[in-house]
Design a binder for this molecule. Structure first.
Ligand code: SIN
Length: 289
């Protein structure tokens, strides 16, 4: 694919691209369209050297679409669509936000299409974010498994991380973040296990360890074997894109076709990121498209 407004350099075999040659506070519409095209081609894009404040981050996000919902994290007082993802230096041996493989808010009817994460303070080393390409995860399955999954739905819920019995409800983890837990996390939503991307038309596996709790019309024990296999398969090393942060870097990912995980390997150092998201559509089943 050719780009006129931006320079694009692929980051790994599984995808990901670094975009340079752009100042996001002054980007014209053609540049925004090219960034979105690069995002659809590479699934994850990093934009180094973008010293955005919350107002600029919000304004750039709004150019990609309406803001996504943030059901369990309160936004910043001055910019309610921005959430701060923070782990303090003294939060040692604690869970970090996003530290297990997941797709953002997949328990919603309309999970975010894109998530944007901006580096505000980084540990001297570590604190990378890993992404897993879910087109490759689907395409590498056998035709028999692909056909089965295309006909199957799965139930998603925020219950495990945000429910009344969760680790987060105990208050000992993520104390620097404005997290809400409670019975509203018990709600469930059914999505296809294979979704078709509305722009690329490609099929991606849509299952994750944090929020996918069982197959539709089955119990959790009955679902555990297949879900366990898929959750392991979906993050195989050859599907991984690793983002190593630099100060002021912005990363955008297409949440419909990647899972991600924040590596928790920087105990004793502070990390602060600011995050926004763009509202997505109801996932379309690959078989129905
Ligand atoms: C997340 O959005 O899941 C957090 C990612 C990160 O902090 O690297």
């Amino acid at each position: 694919m050719t780009y006129r407004k931006i320079q694009v350099r692929q980051l790994s075999g599984a995808g990901g691209a670094e975009i340079t040659g752009v100042d996001l506070t002054r980007a014209d519409d053609d540049t925004i369209a090219e960034i979105q095209r690069a995002l659809h081609e590479h699934l994850v894009v990093t934009l180094p050297d973008q010293p955005l404040d919350d107002r600029e981050l919000s304004r750039f996000t709004a150019r990609l679409g309406p803001f996504g919902l943030e059901p369990f994290v309160e936004g910043e007082t001055t910019h309610p669509n921005v959430i701060a993802v923070v782990k303090e230096a003294d939060e040692t041996r604690r869970l970090n936000f996003g530290g297990n493989w997941h797709s953002d808010w997949s328990f919603l009817e309309t999970p975010p299409s894109y998530t944007l994460l901006h580096a505000r303070q980084l540990p001297p080393v570590g604190g990378d974010t890993l992404f897993a390409n879910q087109y490759l995860a689907f395409e590498s399955l056998s035709p028999g498994m692909q056909a089965l999954l295309e006909q199957t739905n799965a139930v998603h819920s925020a219950r495990r991380p945000y429910g009344p019995q969760s680790h987060l409800a105990s208050g000992t983890h993520l104390r620097s973040m404005k997290i809400r837990t409670g019975p509203e996390a018990l709600a469930e939503f059914v999505h296809p296990m294979v979704r078709r991307h509305p722009d690329t038309g490609r099929r991606a596996l849509y299952v994750n360890k944090v929020y996918t709790i069982r197959l539709e019309d089955m119990t959790e024990p009955e679902s555990a074997g297949l879900l366990g296999f898929l959750c392991e398969h979906s993050v195989r090393p050859e599907f991984i894109i690793r983002v190593t942060w630099r100060p002021h870097m912005l990363t955008i990912w297409d949440n419909r076709v990647v899972q991600h995980l924040a590596v928790n390997d920087y105990d004793g150092h502070r990390r602060e990121m600011h995050r926004t998201s763009v509202l997505g559509e109801v996932p379309t089943a690959a078989a129905a498209a």
